[in-house]
Design a protein around this ligand. Structure first.
Ligand SMILES: *[C@@H]1O[C@H](CO)[C@@H](O)[C@H](O)[C@H]1NC(C)=O
Ligand SMILES: *[C@@H]1O[C@H](CO)[C@@H](O)[C@H](O)[C@H]1NC(C)=O
Ligand SMILES: *[C@@H]1O[C@H](CO)[C@@H](O)[C@H](O)[C@H]1NC(C)=O
Length: 763
């Protein structure tokens, strides 16, 4: 401070600053709270005496206060000075409460607020991914507030505090508390310990750490203790592990070293030697002369704040410069009131060395910190700057290669120690918190159909509908689409079968057209047979809709077409069987109604009615609830079933019920005619056909219930075709055989012969 004032007065650095004005100062003992308060009151008294004309010290009156150093001794004085708007600039009081301008309107500082220090510590923890830490703080406002700050910020950044302890000041059971803290540190199995403490308190704590053999930890220190020789001078302290510290950004002030040695040598030559006790408790009330006597270089002492004091003095000088209007090159000789300096201080902006000085709206400097580490060469400690932290924008630059992690051989690989509760879960797993800490968790595999593509995920994401994943998956896989591709071998075989069947139905149709007038054709139903064969061909053709991806039109027509054409066929057989049974069984006692029915195209109308009914049901169902191409992703977890929606709707059930009714009737009438003459007796064949029809559909439904793959799709086609083939082989092929290969049986004579034999047998 003396150096800065003299420099300004001499105009050595900046001759334009306060030309013709000489600064003076009064110094006070501020090494305790009472002393600090006393100094403040004295200062205020001087202000009042000054303003009433009663002056002391030649009419000179302090306009601003530099200091005090510690927050503890600053808080009450700052409150008092604030009430009178007397500017105060502290160089070491970092308590973040002092940023509150409602309570401390005239307080400024050249040291960053502890808030910034907390942020720097958090960034340091994040840089090395230390998320499981112990937090210690000294039992004073510095430590408690700092701890509170770290606690709050840690929660925001996902850092968990395994254990939090308050290092006591000197008290009766201090030893027990200290031992307990160390025991707890050992118990929680943490590698990184943040110590927000003032140097005197922590210097009493470390001996306990050393004595209980705690080694190989990483200690993160505040600016107050990490650079203090009071702490690094503790015997055997190198065994505690790696120390990383936040430290005030320091700069060498040109000319200061010479000034210092000049002052010391002047002192030594002036004063007689004697024995003077040095009160190392507080540097600020230590006689420089006593220091010099003991060959104690000021530099060796922890003068980390020197540069901040220098900046504070210059800040006041620049404010005064404005108040006196010295920009013109000549300062006005007017009295300046302290409160007049306040707005000017808020605006000062200048540079000293290569650092800028100004104050934000809270009176805090926008400066950051240096990050340092302790380096040991034998038992000789030194500090090494490893990086810096700037708060705005937040930027932590760190060269971790400069840090010695070896801990004197405990960590020979020099690896960065980790301090985590649970290792991060790998991709494909999610973290289930165990207990109260977010950082402690179990890893659980993501369930099937979900994935976690990153490590350390707390929720698995669901896969897209067209994708799937097994349990514990980091990605989703595309599902296989199940369909009867046109070119798949199975499909080709089925298509061949379809074509063959259609050739057979059409071939039989041609034979029937050619031999329509023969007895066999007539007895089979004549033109009705052509309708039936056409219906069977259409039913077979409708199976083509089962191939490929289902389209809108395919879904609309495939079931109605098949059901309709097959029902037409069944209706024809039913009506014919009914007629045959009536004629042969009831020939003598046929009711007149039957006559009327046959005469008035009854059979054709009945077939038409039955067919129209199924058509009606089908059209109604399809129009009310049209089937759409759909993709079922629930049946298989890794495949997509392509099908048409509403396959199993109420309408579809009604349709099936109706067809079952018609087939039942058909079966009943053909069964009744089981003992008719061979030419009219298709009972066995028709029963056989209907059984094939039913068995194939039942097997299809059975397969469909348990499987929706290509095989079950093929089963549906097979069921359709085999129903057609059943009727074809049961009804038409025997007749085609007779018509083509046994023409001698296709004569009226042969038929009459048969009927005669039947009538004789009945008698
Ligand atoms: C200021 O000037 C005085 C007198 O010349 C000198 O003794 C003193 O060392 C100078 N101080 C500085 C800091 O230059
Ligand atoms: C952080 O600071 C370093 C050096 O101070 C600088 O090189 C770097 O660009 C800064 N980064 C950001 C993001 O500002
Ligand atoms: C993980 O998945 C999400 C959502 O699908 C995506 O936004 C992100 O880019 C993926 N991340 C990686 C690393 O693949």
């Amino acid at each position: 401070m003396r150096f800065a004032v003299e420099e300004i007065n001499n105009g050595t650095k900046n001759p334009n600053l306060l030309p013709g004005v000489t600064l003076g100062y009064t110094s006070y003992d501020i090494c305790s709270l009472p002393a600090s308060l006393l100094a403040t009151v004295d200062l205020l008294v001087q202000q009042y005496q000054g303003s009433t004309g009663v002056t002391s010290g030649g009419g000179q009156r302090p306009v601003a206060v530099i200091g005090p150093d510690s927050s503890q001794f600053t808080l009450p004085p700052a409150r008092l000075l604030g009430a009178y708007l007397i500017p105060e600039i502290s160089y070491e009081a970092s308590n973040q409460m002092l940023s509150n301008k409602q309570l401390y309107p005239s307080f400024f500082r050249t040291i960053p607020s502890d808030r910034t220090q907390v942020d720097a510590m958090i960034q340091l923890l994040l840089r090395f991914q230390w998320t499981w830490i112990v937090l210690l703080g000294s039992d004073n406002s510095y430590g408690l507030q700092g701890m509170q700050g770290v606690y709050e910020q840690a929660a925001l950044y996902g850092i968990c505090i395994a254990y939090q302890g308050v290092i006591p000041s000197i008290s009766a059971n201090m030893n027990r508390t200290m031992t307990n803290i160390v025991n707890n540190i050992v118990k929680v199995n943490v590698n990184t310990i943040v110590v927000f403490s003032s140097k005197t308190i922590v210097s009493r704590f470390f001996p306990f750490v050393i004595n209980q053999g705690v080694t190989g930890k990483v200690w993160i220190g505040t600016e107050d203790w990490s650079v203090a020789t009071l702490v690094s001078g503790i015997p055997r302290i190198h065994s505690i592990g790696t120390v990383l510290g936040i430290s005030i950004q320091n700069a060498t002030i040109p000319g200061f070293v010479e000034f210092e040695s000049r002052a010391l040598s002047a002192l030594l030559s002036d004063r007689p030697k004697g024995t003077v006790a040095i009160g190392l408790k507080c540097l600020e009330n230590t006689d420089l002369y006593s220091l010099a006597l003991q060959n104690y270089s000021v530099e060796e002492y922890d003068v980390t704040s020197g540069f901040n004091v220098y900046k504070a003095v210059y800040a006041v000088a620049y404010a005064l410069h404005q108040a006196l209007g010295c920009d013109s090159g000549k300062c006005r000789k007017i009295p300046v009131q302290s409160w007049q300096l306040l707005p000017l201080l808020k605006q000062v902006r200048f540079s000293v060395g290569n650092s800028y000085v100004d104050f934000d709206k809270n009176g805090d400097p926008p400066t950051g910190y240096d990050i340092i580490t302790w380096i040991w060469t034998g038992t000789q400690q030194s500090l090494r700057r490893i990086g810096s932290y700037s708060p705005d924008p937040v930027n932590l630059t760190l060269n971790s290669d400069l840090i010695d992690w070896t801990n004197g051989g405990y960590n020979p690989e020099n690896e960065v120690p980790s301090s985590i509760c649970s290792p991060e879960c790998p991709a494909g797993y999610w973290q289930l918190q165990t207990g109260q800490h977010k950082c402690c968790f179990d890893c659980l595999a993501c369930p099937a159909q979900t994935f976690a593509n990153n490590t350390g995920i707390s929720h698995c994401q669901p896969c897209e509908p067209y994708q799937w994943s097994p349990a514990g998956s980091a990605t989703c896989l595309n599902r296989t689409i199940l369909l009867l591709a046109w070119d798949a071998p199975l499909s080709v075989a089925l298509l061949l079968l379809l074509v063959l069947t259609m050739l057979m139905t059409l071939g039989s149709g041609v034979v029937f057209v050619l031999k329509l007038s023969t007895p066999v054709a007539k007895s089979a139903g004549g033109k009705t047979c052509l309708v039936m064969l056409l219906a069977l061909t259409v039913a077979t053709a409708s199976a083509l809709c089962q191939f490929g991806l289902p389209t809108q039109s395919a879904c609309l027509i495939k079931q109605p077409l098949y059901n309709f054409s097959f029902t037409v066929c069944l209706a024809c057989i039913t009506v014919r069987s009914f007629q045959v049974v009536c004629i042969f069984k009831l020939s003598s006692k046929l009711p007149p109604a039957y006559e009327i029915w046959t005469k008035n195209r009854g059979p054709e109308i009945t077939v038409l009615l039955i067919s129209v009914t199924i058509l009606f049901i089908t059209v109604l169902r399809v129009s009310l609830n049209p089937p759409q191409p759909s993709q079922d992703v629930t049946f298989y977890q890794d495949r997509i079933v392509t099908e048409c929606s509403n396959t199993l709707s109420v309408g579809a059930m009604m349709e099936a019920g109706y067809i079952a009714l018609v087939s039942g009737l058909c079966f009943a009438f053909s069964y009744m005619g089981k003992d008719l003459p061979a030419n009219y007796n298709e009972a066995k064949f028709i029963t056989f056909s209907l059984m094939i029809y039913m068995i194939s559909w039942i097997s299809f439904f059975a397969v469909y219930c348990i499987s929706r793959d290509e095989f079950s799709m093929a089963m549906r086609v097979v069921a359709m075709v085999s129903s057609v083939l059943g009727i074809l082989f049961g009804y038409f092929i025997p007749k085609v055989y007779v018509m083509v290969l046994r023409p001698q049986m296709n004569t009226t004579a042969h038929f009459q012969n048969c009927i005669q034999m039947y009538t004789m047998k009945k008698m």
